[in-house]
Design a protein around this ligand. Structure first.
Ligand code: XUL
Ligand code: CO
Length: 436
C-alpha cells in the first residue's frame, strides 16, 4: 500500500535522450547491454538512507528545512520512513540501498534498547526487501553523531567508548548479515584529531587497528560472505582523519596485516578533499588490489566542503567508470549515491529528480568508458608508451636480474642515450572528449 508521499508519481521509465520529462531516464536503461553486461548489473546503484530520509536539511547556520511525516523518535515513524524509502527505491528501480543503524532505528535509552530497536527495524527492512526485491549493498554503524563519540570511536582515549563502539559494530554486522548485505562499511567518522596537543597518535592507530581486527575476526566467525570496506576521507569532521586517502589506508592495512581482508569504498567528494582526482583514488586502489565500491557524490569545487551533491559531470564520471572497468568492474561493490539534496529542494519530487540525474550521468559515463575500453582509445597509446619495456633486457632488469653496476656497464657498452618523447597529453584529452 502506498504512503502517498510521492503523490501520483509512477515508476520512473527510460524514455531516451530526447525526453524532456524530468521524471524519466534519458540515459539509464537498466536492460541495455554495455560491454556484454546489463547496465543495471554494471552500475549496481544504491540509495543512501541517511541523506534522503534521515538528514533534515540542516547546515552549520540553520536547522531543519525539510518537513517529512516520519520525523520523530517513535518506532511507528521509523517504519513509515522505511515505507517511503522502499517506495522511492522502487520508483527509481534502484536495486540496492545502504544504511547506518542510526538512520533507521530510534536511539534507545541505553545500548540494549538501541539494539532492540535496531533488531525490530531490521526485521521490518527484511520484509520490505522481500516485498520489493531491493537488496542491501552495505550496512554500517553511525559512530560519529552521538556526543559519546565526540573524541572518536575506536580511537577514543576512553576505553568505554571503544567497547561501546565494538558492541555497536557487532549489532550492525549482525543486521547486515541478516539482511543479506553484500558489504560492511567502516567510515572513520571521528577517527582522527582536532589537535595533537591532546592526542597520542600511536595509541590511537593501534586502537583503530585492534577494532578492524575484531571486525575481520567476527566476519569469519559468523560466516559473513560480503566484503569489509574502509572509506577514506582526509578531514571533516576532524581536522585530520586517520583514513586520509587510499595510500594512507593501504599503509595502515599493511602495517597491521589487514591488507588481504579489507577493501576500499572510495567516495568522489573525499578524493577531492584529499587533493586527488576520483580516478586517481580508483586507479591506486585497483593497482594495490583493494578496489571495492564507490560513493558517488561530488563536492562544490569553490567552497571546498564535503557538500555531497549528486554527480552531474559526465566527463568526470567517464574517467571514473573507465577505472572501474579496468579494475574488472564491481564484484560485491556498487555505486552508492552518498548524495543529498540542497536544503532548498524541499519537494518529494526533488528526491527522485536528484537520483534520476545522478543515474543518468553515471550511465552516460559508463557508456563512454565502455566505448573507450572497446576501442582501446587510451590503452593502445598507453601500451605503446611503455612498449620498450617488453624487450628481453629490460624485462630482466625489471625482474631484478641485473644489479646497479651491471646496468651501469650495460648502459656504457650499449651507449644508451635516451631520446625524450612526447607525453601527448593534449592529444589524449582530445581523444577522451570524442567519447563524452
Ligand atoms: C561521510 C560519509 C559517510 C559514509 C558512511 O562523509 O561519506 O556517509 O559514507 O558512514
Ligand atoms: Co560516503
Amino acid at each position: 500500500m502506498s504512503t502517498g508521499f510521492f503523490g501520483d508519481i509512477q515508476k520512473i521509465k527510460y524514455e531516451g535522450p530526447d525526453s524532456t520529462n524530468p521524471l524519466a531516464f534519458r540515459f539509464y536503461n537498466p536492460d541495455e547491454i554495455v560491454a556484454g553486461k546489463r547496465m543495471e548489473d554494471h552500475l549496481r546503484f544504491a540509495v543512501a538512507y541517511w541523506h534522503s530520509f534521515a538528514w533534515e536539511g540542516s547546515d552549520p547556520f540553520g536547522g531543519r528545512t525539510f518537513d517529512r511525516p516520519w520525523y520523530g523518535d517513535e518506532m511507528s515513524k521509523a517504519k513509515l520512513k522505511a515505507d517511503v524509502a522502499f517506495e522511492m527505491f522502487s520508483l527509481l528501480g534502484a536495486p540496492f540501498y545502504c544504511f547506518h543503524d542510526a538512520d533507521a532505528r530510534p536511539e534507545g535509552k541505553n545500548f540494549a534498547e538501541s539494539t532492540k530497536n535496531l533488531n525490530e527495524i531490521v526485521d521490518y527492512l527484511g520484509e520490505k526487501q522481500q516485498q520489493t526485491g531491493v537488496k542491501l549493498l552495505w550496512g554500517t554503524a553511525n559512530l560519529f553523531s552521538n556526543r559519546r563519540f565526540m573524541a572518536g570511536a575506536s580511537t577514543n582515549p576512553d576505553p568505554d567508548v571503544f567497547a561501546y563502539s565494538a558492541a555497536t559494530i557487532k549489532t550492525c554486522m549482525d543486521a547486515t548479515m541478516k539482511l543479506g548485505g553484500d558489504n560492511y562499511v567502516l567510515w572513520g567518522g571521528r577517527e582522527g584529531y582536532e589537535t595533537l596537543l591532546n592526542t597520542d597518535l600511536k595509541r590511537e592507530l593501534d586502537q583503530m587497528a585492534r577494532m578492524l581486527h575484531l571486525v575481520v575476526e567476527y566476519k569469519h566467525k559468523i560466516g559473513f560472505k560480503g566484503t569489509i570496506l574502509v572509506e577514506p576521507k582526509p578531514q571533516e569532521p576532524t581536522k585530520h582523519q586517520y583514513d586520509y586517502d587510499v595510500a594512507t589506508v593501504y599503509g595502515f592495512l599493511k602495517k597491521y596485516g589487514l591488507e588481504n581482508e579489507v577493501k576500499m569504498n572510495i567516495e568522489q567528494g573525499h578524493a577531492i578533499l584529499a587533493g586527488h582526482t576520483f580516478e586517481h583514488e580508483l586507479a591506486l586502489a585497483s593497482a594495490l588490489g583493494i578496489f571495492g565500491s564507490i560513493d558517488m557524490n561530488r563536492n562544490d569545487y569553490q567552497s571546498g566542503w564535503d557538500t555531497d551533491q549528486f554527480p552531474n559531470n559526465v566527463p568526470e564520471m567517464a574517467l571514473a567508470y573507465y577505472q572501474v572497468l579496468l579494475a574488472g568492474g564491481f564484484t560485491t561493490g556498487g555505486t552508492n549515491f552518498d548524495s543529498k539534496l540542497r536544503r532548498q529542494s524541499i519537494d518529494p519530487a526533488d528526491l527522485l529528480i536528484g537520483h534520476i540525474g545522478g543515474m543518468d550521468c553515471c550511465a552516460r559515463g559508463l557508456k563512454a568508458a565502455a566505448k573507450m575500453v572497446e576501442d582501446g582509445a587510451l590503452s593502445k597509446p598507453l601500451s605503446e608508451r611503455y612498449s620498450k619495456w617488453d624487450s628481453p633486457e629490460y624485462q630482466k632488469m625489471l625482474r631484478g636480474e641485473y644489479k646497479l653496476d651491471d646496468i651501469a656497464g650495460w648502459v656504457e657498452k650499449q651507449d644508451i642515450n635516451p631520446q625524450p618523447k612526447s607525453g601527448r597529453q593534449e592529444y589524449l584529452e582530445n581523444v577522451v572528449n570524442r567519447y563524452v
